[in-house]
Design a protein around this ligand. Structure first.
Ligand code: B12
Ligand SMILES: Nc1nc2c(ncn2[C@@H]2O[C@H](COP(=O)(O)OP(=O)(O)O)[C@@H](O)[C@H]2O)c(=O)[nH]1
Ligand SMILES: [Mg+2]
Length: 434
């Protein structure tokens, strides 16, 4: 049986995330898949996420006041979108009074939990009430249809791949601009900066091509008991945008970096009207070859400079296979050594591979600019994967005139969202090619 999937978040202007972090862990221990959006989140971001992730309910943790209005606004926005089958629940310790809770419930909030409630009681409530809350939506948007189709694929795998195959039509409906997606797979050890790097890349792609639509398929591991904390959205700032469709997937028992349903989900996204489809694996180990069976045209290995010794590099299989190797966290002391050791290791491969160093955490990092150039260039050589290719991988050609035009005219003015992740330090330029 597929696990219950919910979204949790903390409202705008509220940084109290310690309660929700504790609650999330309890939920996943009870077999629930939790997509965590993070703190300081707007109503529209919460609603967009809930729809794309196709969750049964949204749990909001609110401490800084304004909860009556905020929760009600989420209810209203869901109704407006025709997605009011998604339930709202939450808490905020003593800051939400009984009278506030009564008002919120009158406004359509399902349930408020007060201080002193046992965590396991809340998890039981979620499991009992938020399974299969989905109903057919009369006016389903393109995002809703796509999200539901992805759920159907995941559910079919959860049932052991029996059941009806979702229709293989183009779900998003609108005209595909060019009709082709460039599919790029990102992998590497946990904490190397994959998610941060993808978020910075997305910012550049959105700015360089004002019409670009991007899908992100992100993976996190399922824990024993089948729950999972799907937390990549909490790191992502720029990817909360109407031009981005993001879906978080749990590995649901499969080792190696992806979920059993990834291949089909990815193929569906690649057939939809996205210009770029970005795949992020879970943090992988030395032996991982996550893209062997997936439909990706370009593969990126993101490395942390602190991988140990030169000898360790001999054991990392993806160093042979990746098209591009990124040494992220180049602000760290060991980065220069890492670049030179990895360069030497790549020479053994005798094939065309590139090496870049980046500081994904820093704004306007030239290394990430180069990564974006490389991705946009690779778009000119990419191909739409056919359904048949879904299980065996694909490469080929794509006409990429618009991509090329956008690449030659990159916007230098990065929007202010970028400043949200400001480190505040202007360190030296570090972008570097092999
Ligand atoms: C920890 C804490 C902090 C930490 C936050 C750490 C963090 N990263 O979260 C720190 C010290 C940083 C902090 C800072 C501030 N805080 Co503070 N903080 C608290 C404190 C002590 C505990 C909150 C908590 O985590 N409780 C633990 C949870 C697990 O238990 P609970 O609250 O009882 O919740 C239960 C249920 O409600 C439910 N629940 C809660 N959320 C959810 C969500 C879901 C989905 C579900 C199902 C259930 C659920 O779970 C629990 C079950 O038992 C409260 C006081 C208090 N005792 O509540 C003040 C409090 C919330 N903070 C307060 C204030 C004012 C601030 C600051 C503005 C202070 C300042 N002037 O700088 C800043 C703002 C920070 C920010 N950026 O938003 C006020 C808010 C007042 C108000 N709303 O009118 C409070 C109430 C303190 C007070 N009495 O003045 N704070
Ligand atoms: N010092 C430094 N930290 C970074 C950099 N890029 C990401 N990080 C931090 O590394 C941590 C893990 O990043 P994340 O993107 O979640 O890694 P992932 O597990 O590979 O997806 C986060 O705390 C990031 O802020 C970087 O270039 N330099
Ligand atoms: Mg990640």
């Amino acid at each position: 049986m597929a696990p219950v999937r919910i979204l949790t978040a903390v409202p705008i202007c509220d940084g109290h995330d310690s309660a929700i972090n504790t609650i999330n862990l309890e939920f996943i221990r009870h077999g629930i898949e939790v997509v965590y959006l993070g703190y300081h989140r707007k109503v529209e971001d919460i609603v967009r996420t809930a729809i794309q992730e196709d969750v049964g309910a949204i749990g909001i943790s609110s401490y800084n006041g304004g909860h009556v209005e905020f929760f009600s606004e989420v209810v209203r926005a869901l109704k407006h979108k025709g997605a009011d089958d998604i339930k709202i629940f939450g808490g905020g310790g003593g800051t939400i009074t009984q009278a506030d809770a009564a008002a919120m419930e009158r406004n359509g909030v399902d349930r408020i939990f007060f201080a002193g409630t046992a965590l396991s009681d809340m998890a039981d409530f979620v499991r009992e009430n938020y399974r299969n809350t989905h109903r057919r939506r009369a006016k389903a948007t393109a995002d809703m249809k796509l999200a539901r189709a992805l759920t159907e694929i995941e559910d079919r795998y959860a049932k052991g791949k029996s059941g009806k195959r979702p229709a293989a039509k183009k779900i998003r409906g609108q005209k595909s601009r060019g009709g082709h997606s460039t599919v790029i797979g990102f992998t590497g050890p946990g904490g190397a900066g994959k998610t941060t790097l993808i978020d910075e890349l997305v910012l550049r792609l959105l700015q360089r091509d004002r019409k670009a639509k991007i899908a992100i398929l992100s993976h996190d591991p399922s824990v024993v008991g089948e729950g999972a904390l799907l937390g990549d959205r909490a790191t992502m700032i720029n990817s909360q945008d109407d031009r981005i469709f993001m879906r978080s997937m749990a590995t649901r028992g499969q080792a190696g970096g992806l979920s059993p349903a990834t291949g089909e989900c990815l193929a569906l996204l690649a057939r939809s009207d996205f210009d770029y489809v970005i795949l992020e694996t879970v943090g992988t180990g030395q032996e991982a070859m996550p893209f062997r069976d997936a439909v990706v045209q370009k593969t990126v290995l993101v490395m942390n400079p602190d991988y140990g010794s030169r000898l360790q590099l001999q054991k990392i299989v993806m160093l042979d296979l990746a098209d591009l190797i990124v040494v992220n966290k180049s602000d760290q002391d060991r980065a220069r050594t890492a670049v030179s050791e990895i360069e030497q290791r790549m020479r053994q491969n005798k094939r065309e591979q590139r090496l870049l160093s980046t500081v994904a955490k820093r704004h306007r990092d030239p290394g990430v600019d180069e990564l974006c150039d490389w991705i946009m260039d690779s778009g000119t050589n990419a191909v739409v994967p056919s359904r048949a290719d879904a299980s065996r991988g694909a490469t080929g050609k794509r006409s990429g005139k618009r991509v090329e035009k956008a690449r030659k005219n990159p916007s230098t003015a990065l929007r202010s969202a970028q400043d949200n992740r400001a480190t505040g330090h202007a360190t030296q330029t570090r972008g570097r090619k092999s």
